[in-house]
Write a protein that binds this ligand. Sequence first.
Ligand SMILES: [Zn+2]
Ligand SMILES: [Zn+2]
Length: 258
Amino acid sequence: MQWRTRKHGLSKPLNALQIVSWIVFTTNLLYFSLFIAPMFGLIVGILVELTYVSTGCVVIRYALAAMLINPIDDIVIKERKAREDNVSFCKSDYEFFCSICDCHVSDQAKHCGKCNKCISGFDHHCYWLNNCIGDKNYKSFIKVLVSFLLQETIFVLAIIIGCTVDDQWNTKVEKIVGVEEKVVMIITHSIMGLINLICLLGGMKLMLFHIYIKFKGISTFQYIKSNKDKNYKSRFKIRRDSIERNAEGPSEVEKSNG
Ligand SMILES: [Zn+2]
Ligand SMILES: [Zn+2]
């Protein structure tokens, strides 16, 4: 039985991490608008809110692009189209073949088991976008990452500035939520600040990784593969060394120790 091919990031099944990202995004947006932006007063508050919301719109715009682009390899489309139209397809032009797709593929393509298709210039399968990242949507993926970092920076900075730099913060909190709820607000601000700081640091680590692999001229997949190969080779070498030592028999020191 042939299992279904996923077309894009919104094709079923959805991923748990993808849904978590939507919940976190919406919660952040509501929390920022209701509790963080009002701390800065009317004029500055509106400006801070507009900056945060417009950055959020940029995140959504590029996330939709990265999610909805079908990153399937063009050679697969070409060969399938030729079969459907019953026209000839020059197989000798292509060196690589995917037995699962039953099609010829380009040299940097890889079959993704989760999407069940070959991806041109395969980089990785992103669980947050629930789509494969390849040649066709890599730029959109990087733009999502950059705009996400910007949005998280605004969130974390707004909480820090609102809570520590602004002397009027205590009075403002009391005015907005009341004296009794102030403690609850401080706790929720700390939790939300910490969650977003973790997201910011995670995003920065990912961004630095992508700068590093671009500098090296490799993809995420090639980086992981070369690391696996290195680990396998070093494990194999240790194992071979120990087999060779055992085959040679006990060393002079081992013999003298009995
Ligand atoms: Zn394939
Ligand atoms: Zn995939």
